[in-house]
Write a new protein. Structure first.
Length: 95
């Protein structure tokens, strides 16, 4: 096995970068691999936060306007009251 011929030259040194799988990268390869995985995980976390973050809720998914729509459908509000409350909600969200 080719590792055994390097053992005599590297006695006392950690054999982390010597072997069939790890020896091919070298220090620069390990740094690049670490940067790749940090970037990849950062992109995954960013995508998850964009999909399920608080900004998604503020855009009206499950908000007060949906509650008003339901109350109008059930007949709890008349059109004039619905329009007045909706205008107040829209103006309060913009500020």
């Amino acid at each position: 096995m080719w590792v055994s011929r390097y053992v005599t030259k590297l006695e006392g040194v950690t054999l982390m970068f010597v072997g069939a799988w790890c020896g091919q990268l070298g220090v620069g390869g390990w740094i690049l691999m670490g940067l790749f995985w940090a970037t990849f995980l950062g992109l995954v976390l960013w995508a998850v936060s964009r999909l399920f973050g608080p900004a998604r809720i503020a855009k009206g998914f499950g908000g007060d306007t949906d509650d008003l729509d339901l109350r109008l459908e059930r007949g709890e509000l008349d059109i004039a009251e619905y329009q007045r409350l909706r205008a107040e909600l829209v103006s309060s969200v913009r500020h």
